[in-house]
Design a protein around this ligand. Structure first.
Ligand SMILES: Cc1ncc(COP(=O)(O)O)c(C=O)c1O
Length: 355
């Protein structure tokens, strides 16, 4: 294999949508916001506009608070949702459980209760299985369920699935948090409209959303959107306590204003989702590549011959996923091109053919 002549590598890697830069319109917005002085901590015109945009998206009762990053958004949202002695229920794949270095446990002093899942989704029956804990003083009390949309394995909950989870959670006295680091991709997958966004959030009964900006095309910044007004009451204090209050907030807000203008966030997600499907179509027939499922958003999760993973990564980088199954993740971003995908698929085919 060392003599194998690989085709030209793609211009961009398939590591993550986080590996992409910021969209030019987002960068322009930062530059345009860099005029003179504006009051700090959100008392500026850009933040007022962002808050109005989020109310347009989710309804007049929605309260949005801008934060620095996705882990911070999740920690802050959850901090506003839990009561003393509560636990947070989530899938075993949940970013809050496996990729946040224990931040929710450390910062909130809470217990994360993970439940099994193959694709990152959880179902109402899994909440019902925990009902026996409620009221027993020896157990943390399931107080919040956190779901990820789209999931860490690139799957999308239907609006009905989210509504069923919310119904069960609320009947059990639990709140529902949605980690929407890739909410743009889920919205695009479910129809690409504001109604689609509402169908699996506010209409389904979700109480709070971590709304992703960075993966969607921003340089940094996310929002926590409280759909249950009661949860928002003390949120601004909690944001500061968990170190997520940006002082020059206008630069986060200006980015969101650019991204949310004219549905740019949805259009970029439609683009990256479409290229994941193109990648799946171009690789699913290659001998040695197998898939559990077709992509629903901007990532594919193939199983590869184990000995080919490192050479392929050396040629064009991507992350391993479930190492017990030789499963990897190839992820597209707002700036991935069809040419990148075709070159990458050609490289996969060349390596697999060489064995
Ligand atoms: C599902 C999910 N939630 C949240 C995050 C946010 O993480 P960060 O703190 O790196 O912005 C990510 C980033 O990879 C993610 O994939």
């Amino acid at each position: 294999m060392s003599d194998l002549e690989m085709p030209p590598a793609p211009a961009c890697a398939f590591a993550s949508d986080n590996a992409a830069g910021a969209h030019p319109l987002v960068l322009d917005a930062i530059v345009r916001a860099n005029e003179g002085h504006a009051l700090a901590y959100g008392s500026d015109a850009w933040t007022a506009e962002t808050e109005a945009r989020f109310r347009d998206l989710f309804g007049p009762q929605a309260t949005s608070l801008l934060v620095w990053n996705g882990t911070g958004a999740n920690v802050m949202a959850l901090a506003a949702m839990i009561r003393p002695a509560d636990s947070i229920v989530c899938s075993r794949w949940a970013h809050i459980a496996v990729d946040e270095t224990g931040a929710p446990e450390r910062v909130l002093g809470t217990k994360l209760q993970t439940v099994p899942s193959l694709d990152g989704k959880i179902v109402p029956e899994q909440l019902l299985e925990l009902e026996y804990l409620i009221g027993d003083q020896h157990h943390a009390q399931p107080g919040v369920v956190s779901i990820t949309q789209s999931t860490e394995l690139g799957m999308v909950y239907s609006p009905d699935e989210v509504a069923a989870l919310c119904d069960t959670a609320h009947r059990l006295g639990m709140k529902v948090h949605l980690d929407g680091a890739r909410i743009a991709n889920a919205t695009a997958a479910l129809g690409g409209t504001v109604d689609a966004l509402r169908s699996f959030t506010v209409d389904a009964g979700v109480d709070a959303v971590s709304f992703g900006g960075t993966k969607a095309g921003m340089a940094f910044g996310e929002a926590v959107v409280f759909l249950d007004p009661e949860l928002a009451r003390r949120a601004k204090f909690i944001r500061k306590q968990v170190t997520q209050l940006p002082s020059k907030m206008r630069f986060v807000a200006a980015q969101f204003n650019a991204l949310l203008h004219d549905d740019l966030w949805i259009r970029l997600a439609q683009h990256s989702n479409g290229l994941a499907t193109r990648l799946y179509d171009a690789t699913k027939g290659i001998d040695g590549v197998t898939y559990d499922a077709a992509p629903q958003v901007n990532s594919v999760f193939p199983m590869l011959p184990a000995h080919l993973i490192e050479p392929l990564q050396a040629w064009c980088f991507f992350w391993p996923w479930d190492v017990t199954r030789d499963q990897v993740r190839w992820m597209t971003a707002w700036d991935t091109t069809a040419d990148d995908v075709d070159r990458f698929a050609a490289g996969v085919a060349a390596l697999c053919a060489a064995g």
